[in-house]
Design a binder for this molecule. Structure first.
Ligand code: NAD
Length: 284
């Protein structure tokens, strides 16, 4: 009989770097179990046992190419953006909460995520690390507290296999800076300077991507003033940090009202801010 204290988790993207880490973290936990392991059809590892993928003992659950969640299960999806639309439909049909880690999602899919969140709880975060969640909040506080006259540039480095650029986290940091300083990120983001052929505008938020080696993810926000510079950096040392955060989110969604949430909600962080009357003006 199923233990009601154990939450069954469906892992999508099971054969991937994150999928394997999720499977291992679930299998090593006391309160979660692998309900299903899903990946696209074909390719190496098709039909393998989920436990083998995790480098642990067999579970009796083989990797399938069909996402068929059931009510009472939580879906954790770290796959590719092409899979997100169908996965949303399946989760809504089953009434299963979704923890979405896939990055590089299109605007069209983001609209579908919002619509789906009217029916099921969805946690969507470009980065499930607790440290990065704080980095995003600290970026907003710093940009707001420093005020005009400080240029914001975001740097990110990832392993050579990463497809999307800039990283979802770098964009999130840029968005946090933009909204804390009343700018529309889409209007001010400069993803690379090649061909811009102009000096930096005060409002620009530069986002610089580098790819190489096995770096799991490094992000730095530089706030560049005259004669001083503030750098906020996070370095990920192991994919397990994202898996632990995503599974914390999975536990948190269980029994939650439908809605669209992020890691700030999961961690219960209040909207950290500074008093409006203390925000510096151009004269400060
Ligand atoms: P990966 O390429 O190692 O794994 C992706 C897996 O998804 C592969 O096994 C692939 O076969 C599978 N897949 C592709 N299409 C699929 C489909 N239609 N249905 C099911 N599975 C499918 O990539 P990764 O490094 O594990 O990262 C996966 C995603 O998670 C990427 O978008 C990455 O940017 C993101 N990511 C997010 C966080 C976060 O904290 N939010 C952290 C790390 C990675």
């Amino acid at each position: 009989m199923n233990d009601p204290r154990v939450i069954p988790v469906v892992v999508v993207g099971a054969r991937g770097r994150m999928g394997k880490t999720l499977l291992r973290t679930i299998m090593e936990s006391d309160d979660l179990s692998v309900a299903a392991a899903v990946d696209r059809s074909g390719g190496p590892g098709t039909g393998l046992d989920a436990g083998q993928l995790a480098g642990l003992t067999d579970t009796g659950i083989r990797v399938t190419d069909q996402l068929e969640p059931r009510r009472g299960q939580v879906v954790v999806d770290f796959s590719l953006p092409e899979a997100t639309n169908v996965n949303l439909e399946r989760c809504v049909a089953a009434g299963a909460p979704l923890v979405l880690g896939t990055t590089g999602i299109s605007e069209e899919t983001e609209t579908l995520i919002e619509e789906a969140s009217e029916h099921i709880p969805i946690v969507a975060a470009a980065n499930y690390s607790v440290g990065v969640t704080l980095l995003i909040q600290l970026s907003a506080i710093a940009a707001k507290a420093l005020g005009p006259g400080w240029d914001a540039e975001v740097f990110e480095l990832h392993h050579r296999h990463k497809r999307d650029a800039p990283s979802g986290t770098a964009l999130r940091i840029g968005q946090a800076v933009a909204s804390a300083t009343s700018r529309d990120f889409a209007d001010v983001v400069v993803p690379h300077r090649t061909g811009t052929n102009r000096p930096r505008r005060d409002d620009d938020i530069g986002v610089i991507s580098a790819r190489g080696g096995d770096s799991i993810g490094e992000h730095t926000l530089m706030l560049l003033g005259d004669e001083e510079r503030l750098e906020l950096t996070h370095r990920a040392g192991n994919r397990a940090i994202f898996a632990r955060g995503a599974l914390r989110a999975a536990r948190w969604t269980f029994g939650r009202e439908p809605g669209l949430y992020d890691m700030v909600d999961v961690l219960g962080l209040d909207d950290a801010t500074i008093r409006e009357d203390m925000v510096p003006s151009a004269n400060d």
